[in-house]
Design a protein around this ligand. Structure first.
Ligand code: NAD
Length: 311
């Protein structure tokens, strides 16, 4: 990754789950790295140990502050409101952060002529029967979050077309790994509190494409350094889908709780939930020569050990 040497890099949302892992890797490759984060869900502890990193606590909605940051060569734009049910309760706030916030980032990139990698989501596809889902599937979001990501993507495409900005869009499936949030984290939390019962929101038959954060970071590095990535959109997933009930069973088996813990689906999904996420990843494999290497089964035990839940 010599291409990043000497480059000035700005990572929005760098104190969050994905951003902090990305910044850890970038801090070993680049000497001029700035994290721009309002700490609304991110934590400074995630990144304060990183060497040579400049941290700016600020909001992407503060365009003046954003534009006053030193000229940058590359922006990873990850800052976002990321919770689907929250977006359904707070559509305007979600739109502000994810749509207008992305527009602000593109304005900063336009001023600096910076390359942009934008973090989008499986939520732009919504509920679909085209499985595994390729990038060519049209937008059909079923949540305000999905729609605000669509708007972000469309602005990226517009800036690329009309201003000649170098933009790459990466649509993530379900990213997991150390310090993650989301369903795996929720299950482990619930089991720690009450090993007798594990509540699953919905039927448990909804399924997800789980991709490990270390694989995601590799894909993000390639997205910012490879010439063929410019102007492209990539699905970043494992290319396999796992039902939530199977995920629960695997976790309980690792913990030795299969006989003890009763799985209780609520049978009521949250508003905006998607039934199946299953990515077709052939495009990214072919174009960026990226293949996810870490499987869910291989790493769940590690995650559980990290939380000291196994004796
Ligand atoms: N984690 C996943 O499985 C997943 C899946 C699909 C897409 N994504 C996308 O990847 C990106 C990172 O997600 P994550 O899982 O690391 O989430 P996260 O919540 O851990 O990180 C988001 C970061 O953005 C910051 N932030 C939020 N609003 C901000 C604002 N207005 N100004 C400045 N900073 C702000 C937060 O403080 C946080 O540090 C997001 O854009 C998300 O939509 C994540």
């Amino acid at each position: 990754m010599d291409q990043l040497n000497g480059k000035s890099i700005l990572v929005t949302g760098g104190a969050g789950f994905i951003g902090s892992h990305l910044c850890k890797k970038l801090s070993s490759l680049a000497s001029n790295l700035t994290i721009y984060d309002n700490l609304s869900s991110g934590k400074v502890e995630n990144v304060k140990h990183l060497p040579k990193v400049h941290f700016v606590k600020a909001d992407i909605l503060d365009l003046k502050k954003l534009q006053s940051q030193e000229k940058t060569d590359l922006i990873y734009h990850l800052a976002a409101q990321v919770v689907v049910p929250y977006s359904m309760e707070n559509p305007i706030e979600d739109f502000e952060t994810n749509a207008r916030g992305t527009l602000n980032i593109l304005e900063k990139a336009r001023k600096d002529d910076a390359r942009v990698v934008f973090a989008s989501s499986a939520a732009v596809y919504g509920n679909t029967t085209q499985l595994p889902t390729p990038e060519t599937h049209g937008f059909s979001p079923d949540s305000c979050y999905g729609l605000s990501k669509v708007v972000g993507e469309q602005y990226c495409n517009m800036y690329s077309k009309q201003y000649g900005l170098d933009v790459t869009i990466v649509r993530f499936a379900n990213v997991y790994g150390p310090k993650c949030h989301g369903v795996i984290h929720d299950f482990l939390d619930k089991i720690s509190k009450n090993p007798e019962q594990l509540e699953i929101i919905g039927s448990g038959m909804q399924s997800r494409d789980f991709v490990h954060i270390y694989d995601v970071v590799e894909a993000m590095l390639l997205s910012a350094t490879s010439d063929v990535a410019i102007g492209k959109t990539f699905n970043i997933g494992f290319g396999k889908t796992t039902t939530i009930i199977d995920l629960a069973k695997i976790i309980l088996k690792i913990l030795g709780l299969s006989e003890k813990t009763v799985i209780k689906p609520t049978n009521v999904p949250w508003q905006g939930d998607i039934k199946t996420i299953w990515f077709d990843i052939s495009k990214v494999k072919k174009t960026l020569k990226w293949t996810p290497k870490i499987s869910l089964e291989d790493t769940l035990k590690e995650l559980i050990l990290e939380r000291k839940m196994l004796v």
